[in-house]
Design a protein around this ligand. Structure first.
Ligand code: AMP
Ligand code: MG
Length: 397
């Protein structure tokens, strides 16, 4: 069986980065910048006062100087003249510094009779001026790819762009399979199970910047599976995800259905717990991921394989889950022949980060997963660990 790392690389190979589209700033948060973006002007576009005070010549900015007030410069309304020796211009924060002036004496350091201003202190080292282009110059370029943050939106706006090129959201079809499944809110018989993991996957996909679509549940018949796979394809899915039916039991129909559909299989089964029956493949530019049905397996595989595929489709560069180190609060026995992604809780202390694995690790237990805030990795054949030993964890939300 291939390792998780090999399977992640193979999954990423199945995905192409999508085309770009234009998003207005109001709709661009969290999307991925698709192309480098160049500023259309300097910011500030002129030398601006950083304080309320008086714009004067540097040589005049000495204690007891008495200067004529010859004009006023406010934000949006500059003063057109040139400040001469012995003169000052009343100025406010953000206003253009007039020609001739090269510093601003703050208003706290003057007395004034309205026509003249007297400096009570010499100017220090701070000229109280934000030079033209101090924030960015016209050739400043925001590099792509980049997930657009709130601060980025302000920066892009200041660069005078009303909209921005972003990578189109990949369309991800979610297909639950199983005769026993029904949607929540119905009236299930004791034999039936609620289709649950699909709602976690939908939320995770949305957070990652994809456009998920929950398709009708496919009962365990070849025809039903073929029908729903066709629906996913007609919708234009970039990634088609099946859930369940991935093992090799009599009712596990996904692998043959993908074969019939013309999917070239990349791998089936990986050395991982939970999630051993994972499969992946592609047909043309459409990627396929077959997740195990057990809710925790499906969601863990979603974090480790599906979300990286989405990030790749968005053209992002750091696509794998973020790993950090934490110290165990309790010992763990030696690991097994498959990498184990244990459900665990980490805590950020003032000194260090600690992590506690839950006792129950059954791959059907959503209550345990809901209490977890990370996956704790036990690599293949890991040695036994003591309390205090460092381990790798992957924070999840
Ligand atoms: P399977 O992989 O189809 O053998 O399913 C493994 C287990 O996961 C079974 O107990 C299924 O009832 C359950 N299961 C399969 N699909 C889902 C789903 N979409 N939501 C919740 N449980 C599921
Ligand atoms: Mg099933």
């Amino acid at each position: 069986m291939i390792t998780v790392e090999q399977a992640q690389a193979l999954c990423l190979d199945l995905v192409q980065t999508g085309p770009s589209e234009t998003a207005p700033l109001a709709d661009a948060q969290g999307k991925t910048l698709a192309a480098p973006l160049q500023a259309k002007r300097d910011q500030p576009p002129f030398s601006a006062s950083a304080m309320d005070g008086y714009a004067v010549r540097r040589d005049d900015a000495v204690q007891d100087a008495k200067l004529d007030i010859v004009g006023e410069s406010a934000a949006g309304h500059g003063w057109d003249g040139t400040v001469q020796t012995g003169q000052s211009v009343r100025i406010f924060t953000g206003a253009p510094v007039p020609d001739g002036a090269d510093c601003v004496v703050i208003q706290e350091n003057v007395t004034t009779d309205g026509a003249q201003v007297t400096l009570t202190e010499s100017i220090g080292n701070n000229m109280n001026i934000r030079p033209q282009g101090a924030d960015f110059k016209i050739d400043y370029t925001l590099k792509a790819p980049r997930v657009i943050s709130a601060a980025d939106l302000a920066l892009i706006a200041a660069m005078n762009h009303p909209d921005v090129a972003v990578t189109r959201k990949p369309k991800v079809a979610l297909i639950s399979t199983g005769d026993e499944l029904l949607m929540p809110g119905g009236d299930p018989s004791p034999n039936q199970i609620i289709a649950s993991n699909v709602f976690a996957l939908q939320a995770m996909l949305r957070d990652a910047g994809a456009k998920p679509n929950i398709l009708p549940i496919a009962p365990d018949t070849p025809d039903a599976l073929d029908e729903v796979l066709g629906q996913a394809s007609d919708w234009g899915a970039d990634i088609i995800v099946t859930i369940g039916g991935a093992s090799v039991g009599d009712h596990d129909l996904v692998a043959p259905a993908l074969d019939r559909f013309g999917v070239t299989r990349s791998f089936h089964k990986i050395a991982m717990r939970p999630g051993k029956p994972l499969m992946a493949g592609a047909k043309g530019t459409t990627a396929f991921l077959g997740l195990p049905g057990n809710p925790v397996s499906a969601i863990v595989c979603g974090h480790l394989f599906l979300l990286p595929m989405v990030r790749r489709a968005l053209g992002q560069s750091n696509v794998l889950p973020r790993a950090v180190t934490a110290r165990l609060t309790a010992p763990l026995p030696k690991g097994g022949p498959r990498a184990h992604y244990m459900r665990a809780r980490f805590e950020e202390g003032a000194e260090n980060r600690t992590v506690t694995a839950f006792d129950k690790q059954d791959s059907s237990m959503l209550t345990v997963l809901a209490d977890a805030n990370c996956l704790l990795l036990r690599p293949i054949d890991d040695t036994a660990k003591d309390a205090g030993d460092p381990v790798t964890i992957y924070p999840i939300t």
